[in-house]
Write a protein that binds this ligand. Structure first.
Ligand SMILES: [Mg+2]
Length: 182
């Protein structure tokens, strides 16, 4: 299973401490671009700072793993106060291994969070950790992004959902995505 998604969300701020607890997740490996911020925007998106605080207060360990260039990732991670792995070459495992080591958590307690199928989703599955998919926060795109999204389309879940533990939480459905049970 290379494209399994544990749960899908409209935005990263919809991920709650309760939901993570129900899945046994104690650490998150976070993507930046189109997950925590608009692409190459130095500022986090609305609600992200508060969400990070909420995660930290609930003992969720956070680390950023991004394929973007050194300075972009360094400045952003300093701004939000989260450790980072830069130029991680997702979906390859090296960045995830480093992140897991720094978080000091076993794989079963980790989940990756991100918006891209062939980096974030594939990377989480190759590293064999849970995957929390978030829709890209910006629909704006250039030719390359449009091509990537067209290729990604069949893998993107149809509904916002969470299955795991003893309960299934279903979030509001999105028209833009296609349903895939895992
Ligand atoms: Mg991204």
């Amino acid at each position: 299973m290379l494209f399994s998604i544990t749960a899908a969300f409209n935005t990263v701020t919809d991920i709650s401490p309760d939901m993570l607890a129900s899945l046994g997740i104690r650490g998150l490996i976070l993507d930046i671009d189109n997950t925590l911020a608009y692409h190459n925007d130095p500022q986090p998106a609305d609600g992200v700072v508060e969400w990070i605080e909420q995660m930290k207060e609930n003992g969720i360990r956070l680390i950023i793993v991004s394929n973007n260039f050194y300075l972009r990732v360094k400045l952003f991670s300093e701004l939000v106060g989260i450790d980072c792995v830069r130029e991680s070459k997702k979906p390859f495992q090296k960045g995830y291994k480093l992140a897991a080591m720094r978080l000091g958590l076993p794989k079963r307690a980790l989940a990756a969070v991100g918006d891209q199928i062939f980096t974030d989703v594939l990377g989480a599955n190759l590293f064999k950790i849970k995957m929390l998919y978030t829709l890209p926060i910006s629909r704006k795109s250039n030719r390359l992004l449009r091509l990537i999204r067209a290729i990604e389309a069949p893998f993107i879940p149809k509904k916002i959902y969470c299955s795991g533990g003893q309960r299934t939480v279903e979030h509001r459905p999105m028209n833009a995505i296609t349903y895939k049970e895992n």
